[in-house]
Design a protein around this ligand. Structure first.
Ligand SMILES: [Zn+2]
Length: 185
């Protein structure tokens, strides 16, 4: 069984495809692997759905037992399940905006982020999530949701400020987006 990216139609057939020219791999609940396709769309692979995808596929036989003793998920900061559900829904060919809204309603911080981003893009007040989602586009919603979730990790540090980091990251993103519109059209 192959996996096909709905945006660029790239096909994934075997265990190494999802490591080539892809980015931002992350594990969600039930060992679902999320990553960004070469076209930047978020893709999700549920464990067991593709016989060629297993988390330990590239680990030598003798070391597999050691790998399974490591419970990484217990050490990593938890991301709200809604974030994965939203990303999974947005990665499908037939996105249900109703479902995405349903998940967002459980997470007021994420909802506020989406409404704020849509309002600032439209330069007027957008107060309905089901209007904001198509306005921003699925990919931007997926990115914003993940960024907002990661923003909630508070890593105490005297040398590093998450607020400054994200403010700078978003500013760079907006500038790049505007430059791209100006020069690539
Ligand atoms: Zn793609």
């Amino acid at each position: 069984m192959k996996k096909i990216c709905n945006s660029c139609k790239r096909e994934y057939h075997h265990g190494n495809d999802f490591l080539n020219n892809t980015s931002r791999w992350r594990m969600g609940p039930q060992d679902t692997l999320y990553f960004n396709c070469s076209c930047q769309s978020t893709l999700a692979m549920r464990l067991g759905k593709y016989d060629w995808y297993k988390p330990d596929i590239n680990i030598a036989e003798g070391r597999k037992s050691l790998f399974h003793k490591l419970k990484l998920s217990e050490k990593l900061p938890p991301i709200q399940p809604a974030v994965y559900e939203i990303q999974y829904e947005l990665s499908k060919a037939d996105v249900s905006i109703q479902k995405v809204c349903g998940y967002l309603r459980k997470e007021p911080t994420l909802t506020a982020t989406i409404l704020g981003a849509a309002s600032s893009k439209a330069d007027c007040n957008i107060s309905q999530v089901d209007h904001a989602i198509p306005y921003l586009g699925y990919q931007q919603v997926a990115d914003l949701v993940l960024a907002a979730a990661m923003n909630q990790f508070k890593v105490p540090s005297r040398y590093f400020s998450w607020d400054d980091f994200w403010a700078e990251a978003f500013l760079n993103g907006r500038i790049s987006e505007n430059l791209a519109k100006e020069y690539l059209s």
